[in-house]
Write a protein that binds this ligand. Structure first.
Ligand SMILES: Nc1ncnc2c1ncn2[C@@H]1O[C@H](COP(=O)(O)OP(=O)(O)OP(=O)(O)O)[C@@H](O)[C@H]1O
Length: 355
């Protein structure tokens, strides 16, 4: 039985886990001056050509709810790594604020900031960052050691986390005796050991083979179900974003293009850029009935009931088996639409045409 708990802050305040307001990062020596001038309005390309400064993140605002998995997605250079580093001030913002569970980290002293990083946030990176001369168990316990926990406590805790991520029996191995996937499990265990309020992942699985990568994504979903932590997850892989995210923030050139649930992003892309991104996505795997249902017209009074937030693929069997309209209900069991086999097949056929 593990002793990870839902973040206590989540239950005692209404503050979002992460609150980002008007966040900017301009790289270069005159960043502050540029921020206060009209030059800040120039596009990334124009600013770079004119001043040599690079806009990493431009006027980004969003909230992450406690317990949410929030994915930041974009192509290389879109500003994802800069953004996630700004969230814990590993990079200083040029402007804007970041609050973690109501605490403004942009206004914190260095000491308070260090404490927040040690106790409240854990990061998982692409390059696992394990200490090669330490055994698995000692790598997992490292963060606890840094913050001064006694040896007995940290050993017990580290063992719990090793068990939680499925590495029981490997505690005394050294990192180079483990596969890439197993090393990243050590990274996950180390991040969880500190019992942080928020876990941040910066492209953690990009270096892994596709099959191992899929295993690790499933592992994140399982761990999230088990420990319920708030997660901010950076990736350039749309399929990964759709699979893991409760919501997805799509970035381009340092700016937010769209923030939405996976089905919103696929069904209602904000612009051509997002539309292009999502064009290959198998829609029946992502769209919910909300996007394919029709207005209620009284035709389905005794048809089977399906939920508007059900994924089309998951609802297909019920709808196709019933030769007639089904009732679609919302979370309050109110009938909000009807759906029949044609509505379902329209999505599936469009998907086959696209592939
Ligand atoms: N220290 C720095 N100095 C100058 N420019 C930087 C610095 N760090 C990042 N940049 C620039 O900021 C922009 C955003 O970079 P960032 O690394 O955040 O993007 P990314 O989406 O994480 O890309 P990747 O997936 O390749 O890591 C890029 O144009 C990058 O060249």
């Amino acid at each position: 039985m593990t002793t990870i708990e839902q973040s206590p802050a989540a239950s005692t305040t209404d503050a979002p886990a992460v609150h980002v307001d008007g966040l900017w990062k301009i790289f270069g020596p005159r960043a502050d001056k540029i921020m206060q001038s009209d030059e800040a309005k120039l596009s990334r390309k124009e600013l770079q050509e004119k001043t040599g400064h690079v806009v990493g993140v431009r006027d980004v605002s969003f909230d992450v709810a406690p317990g949410e998995v929030f994915v930041v997605m974009g192509l290389s250079g879109s500003g994802k790594s800069t953004l996630v580093r700004l969230l814990t001030r590993l990079i200083e913002p040029t402007s804007g604020t970041v609050q973690l569970y109501g605490e403004d980290i942009t206004a914190m002293s260095d000491k308070a900031l260090l404490d927040t990083r040690r106790r409240k946030v854990s990061m998982v990176f692409q390059h696992f960052g394990l200490l090669p001369h330490r055994k698995v168990i000692d790598n997992v316990a490292f963060g606890l050691e840094v913050r001064g926990e006694g040896k007995g406590n940290r050993r017990n805790r580290a063992q719990e986390m090793v068990d939680l991520v499925g590495l029981s029996g490997y505690e005394n191995n050294f990192p180079d005796q483990l596969s890439g996937g197993m090393q990243q499990r050590v990274g996950l265990a180390r991040a969880l050991a500190a019992d942080p309020d928020i876990l941040m992942f910066d492209e953690p699985f990009s270096a892994l083979d596709p099959l191992i990568r899929r295993d690790m994504q499933n592992e994140v979903i399982r761990l999230h179900e088990e420990v319920g932590k708030t997660m901010v997850f950076i990736t350039h892989d749309l399929a990964e974003a759709l699979k893991l995210g409760d919501r997805i923030l799509i970035m381009r050139d340092g700016e937010v293009v769209q923030i939405g649930t996976p089905d919103e992003v696929v069904a209602a892309p904000a612009d051509e850029y997002v539309r292009d991104f999502v064009s290959d996505v198998p829609r029946s795997h992502v769209l919910t009935l909300k996007w394919v249902m029709r207005e209620p017209d009284g035709s389905a009074v005794d048809g089977p009931v399906v939920r508007s937030d059900q994924i089309v693929r998951d609802a297909a069997r019920v709808v196709l088996d019933h030769h007639g309209p089904c009732r679609v209900v919302d979370a309050d069991d109110k009938v909000v639409g009807v759906v029949d086999d044609e509505d379902i097949l329209r999505v599936v056929v469009a998907e086959e045409d696209a592939s």
